[in-house]
Ligand binder design. Structure first.
Ligand SMILES: Cc1cc2nc3c(=O)[nH]c(=O)nc-3n(C[C@H](O)[C@H](O)[C@H](O)COP(=O)(O)OP(=O)(O)OC[C@H]3O[C@@H](n4cnc5c(N)ncnc54)[C@H](O)[C@@H]3O)c2cc1C
Length: 456
């Protein structure tokens, strides 16, 4: 249940072993992998790239026939708009944590005080970290608040739309958490890790020519499952042989199933689990979610008074007080899009962090105007857009707050007591597309390990 990338992936891994029905409450399968149209061309409305450093999502794209359309984004340094101008992050940072302090000094990203505080890190005493803490608390203690506010927070915000002082160090930065658990200097440990890596860094992310929204469509076309859209799972009941799944939608009915995989967001899975695993339901219900919106703006290239901006875009630290938290220059980043729209410059602004819901209450035109004004302040005048498109993601990103790994362990322990029921999705072991694919594959494999009746 849940026809996002997680539910579809699970269906794909079950394709030759079981008769599968994917139940999706929305009008189309894909969940957050969805496209909209700007200047007559489809562009991703949600996720646009998948991590390529881990293989699961890229392997799946190849398996469903999209291997020839995998594309890496143009290479460009991470850039911040901070302290009055755009500044590129020096190479070698780990999620915004700098390792080359000389290069960092030259960028002007931090004030003299911030740099001085950071330079003391190696002299600080450090007891090994016991348990979990927030990314913000640990890094502020070691590197100073300015590193958190101006370097780490904006990168973390790009993944979780959350806040560094709430997000779990162990869940979000497990490598840093391991260093913290050993104790000692974080910078020394990160630098020795960087030295052991040689050669050009591999492409970190991959997208698809035509947009990442092609991935769920291709999975749906090749997995052999029946996909019911505009159909909501309303209740789950245990039966002597498995589960009865009660559906509402155009044709309300119920399905009998040997096994059910719940691949819906935490807040949708919680009420379904409540009668069967109240502890798991409570923990899922306690997962906070951030809402956000993406505002895609298209401009005629020749009419941008300040000229077409360079690079792939920039991030804005929350301490700068802007509504826009990031801007991606889509036609710079993706060559296929520039080829499809040769005379057009397309950028996508991202707004909304945890706790900023009031901003998202504005109408589309107003939200686009706020973004355009802020972007023109930063980039110089952009002129009038020839088209714009707003996509809204209410409760789109689950927050991995401090203690998240224990929460997931509790949920999984409770669900393990329910034969033929599995959970997967962005609320558990990673919010990224690749992590969701991996989690869904594992859920499908566990389902296959569950004894089934022969046939019905
Ligand atoms: C704006 C945005 C941009 C992102 N960009 C990236 C990116 O570039 N790269 C990256 O790796 N990650 C990105 N992410 C994160 C990633 O896209 C998501 O975490 C991931 O796609 C979640 O997939 P999912 O299948 O677990 O959940 P979803 O995509 O949320 O799918 C769950 C589905 O369940 C359905 N559903 C809910 N309740 C019911 C019910 N009762 N019955 C039936 N169906 C139900 C929903 O309609 C939905 O379609 C982004 C997230 C957001 C919000």
């Amino acid at each position: 249940m849940g026809g996002g990338i997680s539910g579809l992936t699970a269906a794909w891994y079950l394709r030759s072993e079981a008769e599968v029905t994917v139940v999706e409450s929305g009008p189309l399968p894909g969940g957050i992998l969805r496209s909209g149209t700007v200047a007559g061309v489809p562009v991703d409305d949600g996720a646009e790239a998948m991590l390529a450093l881990r293989p699961e999502a890229v392997d799946l794209a190849e398996a469903v026939g999209l291997g020839d359309d995998l594309v890496a984004p143009a290479r460009a340094p991470v850039t911040m708009w901070t302290r009055g101008t755009l500044r590129a992050m020096p190479a070698g940072h780990v999620m915004g944590i700098p390792t080359d302090l000389t290069a960092l000094r030259d960028t002007g990203l931090l004030s003299a005080e911030g740099l001085a505080r950071l330079a003391h890190e190696e002299e600080l005493p450090s007891a090994p970290l016991d348990g979990d803490t927030s990314v913000g608390a640990y890094l502020a203690g070691r590197l100073g608040q300015e590193v958190v506010d101006r370097l780490v927070e904006p990168l973390l915000g790009g993944i979780y739309a959350g806040r560094a002082d709430r997000i779990s160090l162990r869940a979000a930065l497990p490598g840093v958490a391991n260093i913290a658990a050993r104790g000692g200097s974080l910078l020394t440990a990160l630098r020795s890790g960087a030295q052991s890596r040689t050669g050009a860094p591999p492409a970190v992310m991959q997208g698809l020519r035509g947009g990442l929204a092609r991935l769920p469509r291709a999975i749906a076309d090749t997995c052999g499952a029946r996909v019911l859209t505009r159909t909501r799972v309303r209740e789950l009941h245990r039966t002597p042989d498995g589960w009865r799944v009660v559906l509402s939608g155009p044709a309300p009915c119920s399905l009998e199933a040997d096994s059910v995989i719940l691949a819906a967001p935490a807040y949708a899975a919680a009420p379904l689990l409540r009668p069967h695993a109240p502890v798991a339901a409570r923990e899922l219900g306690a997962v906070e979610h951030a809402s956000m919106a993406l505002v895609t703006l298209a401009f005629e290239r020749s009419r941008i008074p300040a000229g077409v901006p360079r690079g792939n875009g920039f991030l804005v630290p929350p301490v700068e007080g802007k509504a826009v938290k990031a801007a991606t220059f889509l036609t710079n980043k993706w060559h296929w899009l520039a080829e499809a729209l040769p005379g057009t410059f397309v950028l996508r602004a991202s707004v909304g962090r945890l706790g900023e819901e009031s901003l998202l209450g504005r109408e589309d035109g107003e939200l686009a105007a706020v973004c355009l004004a802020e972007l023109s302040d930063i980039l110089g005048p952009l002129g009038r857009p020839v088209d714009f498109h707003v996509s809204r993601w209410a409760r789109g990103l689950p927050q991995y707050s401090v203690g998240h790994l224990d929460r997931v362990r509790t949920i999984r322990g409770a669900v393990a007591g329910l034969p033929g029921l599995e959970v997967c999705g962005a609320a558990y072991e990673g919010v990224g597309v690749a992590a969701c694919v991996a989690g869904a594959r594992d859920a499908a494999l566990r389902t296959l390990g569950h004894p089934r009746r022969s046939s019905r």
